[in-house]
Design a binder for this molecule. Structure first.
Ligand SMILES: Nc1nc(=O)c2c([nH]1)NC[C@@H]1CN(c3ccc(C(=O)N[C@@H](CCC(=O)O)C(=O)O)cc3)C=[N+]21
Length: 362
């Protein structure tokens, strides 16, 4: 399955657990459309740089502020395309083996945000014909009881993926729980061994963490090549920043990680051809921090007060979208960017886990 997608340096073409070839062909129209659009409007990084030789970066910034807008990457649309392909594969598996993929979603306590995310994951499973196993545990559950649940799911033959929603309550050791998940069912890709393999050259983890994988897929499907580019990841969390930087490195980018102790983050970010923003700080990254023509992937999902909304809040990213979309070449919106793709990558990992299991037992 070593096909070359249209995006050079595409993760999907280089990973042994890449999306299926068929899936790629289906999505190619999206890639081609985005790439053609970008090319038509002279938005390739090189052409932007080429036209900027005689300008100072300040005047260049102003120029881009006034007459060009970024291509907005529609994560929802890409996610939908991939989801219908997954649904088709699930149907085919069901016909061939008489079994469907199963995903266990474990939630502890009743944090509102976690419940909302878990709800989206379970709903998406239902839509795609993936069986979801719902494990809801009380806030006070003991670590050993939670681990017992994980062990039961590890041996349940109908479960091919196990997701323990994070964050867990303070009295539970997250690292301990995650390392109890069977490697072959670690669809979040958070098991230390999977992360360790991700960090090592020429080794492939069984599963890639969903949000970082979503970022790379959005880049490659938008025709943005990664190889040889300067990439800056803002944030160093275990679930996004760190694995995203490792994935970019695997895709041959030159990677810098900016974090809360970095001095002068703006000047480092301004050098980047690719920015992945995962700091969890609402609208922290301003338009003037972005290199003209850069690809900006915004992972932030921050709720900010908004009295004009019925809910009283709205979601914003880590990037000031309004400003940055006047400078960047490509940008993902929040909501509707990385979020829907994250859930889709989870479903894709579950499908891959199930396929490996069915093929092994056949
Ligand atoms: N074990 C584990 N795995 C995770 O993957 C995981 C987790 N724990 N804990 C929390 C974070 C966060 N996360 C998101 C998933 C979808 C959206 C998403 O679909 N957002 C929509 C907006 C949804 C809305 O409107 O509320 C969007 O951006 O368009 C966002 C965030 C997964 N996480």
């Amino acid at each position: 399955m070593k096909t070359k997608a249209s995006g050079e340096g595409s993760l999907a073409s280089e990973s042994s657990i890449s999306l299926g070839e068929k899936l790629h062909q289906a999505c190619e129209s999206v890639v081609v459309a985005a790439a053609a659009d970008a090319a038509q409007q002279g938005r390739h990084l090189s052409s932007r740089r080429g036209s900027s030789d005689s300008l100072t970066s300040q005047s260049l910034n102003q120029r881009w502020f006034t007459d060009q807008m970024a291509t907005v990457i529609d994560g929802k649309a890409v996610a939908q395309t991939i989801r219908s392909e997954i649904a088709e594969e699930v149907r085919a598996l069901s016909q061939k083996y008489g079994k469907v993929p199963g995903l266990a979603v474990v939630i502890v306590g009743n944090r509102k945000d976690s419940q909302s995310y878990v709800g989206m994951k379970r709903k998406a499973c239902a839509e795609l014909g993936i069986k979801s196993f719902d494990i809801d545990l009380p806030e006070q559950v003991s670590e050993s009881d939670l681990i017992k649940q994980v062990h039961q799911l590890n041996v349940n033959p109908d479960v091919h993926g196990i997701l323990v929603q994070l964050p867990l309550p303070k009295h539970i050791n997250e690292e301990k729980v995650l390392s109890e998940i069977s490697l072959g069912k670690d669809v979040d890709g958070f098991h230390p061994l999977n992360i360790g393999k991700l960090a090592m050259k020429d080794r492939d983890p069984l599963f890639l963490p969903c949000t970082p994988k979503a970022c790379i897929e959005l880049l490659s499907r938008s025709g943005v090549s990664i190889k040889g580019k300067k990439a800056v990841v803002v944030g160093r969390s275990n679930i996004v920043g760190l694995p995203a930087s490792l994935l970019l490195l695997k895709a041959d980018a030159t990677v810098t990680i900016v974090h809360s102790r970095t001095t002068q983050p703006e000047s480092i970010i301004r050098e980047a051809d690719i920015v992945i923003a995962a700091a969890g700080q609402p609208m922290m990254i301003k338009g003037s921090w972005i290199k003209p023509g850069a690809a900006v992937i915004d992972v932030g999902t921050n709720a900010v007060d908004d009295p004009t909304k019925k809910s009283g809040y709205r979601l914003v990213g880590d990037v000031d979208f309004e400003e940055a979309s006047k400078v960047a070449g490509w940008i993902t919106p929040v909501p509707g960017g990385v979020g829907p793709m994250t859930v889709t990558m989870l479903l894709h990992n579950t499908l891959e886990g199930a396929k490996r299991c069915f093929e092994k037992n056949h």
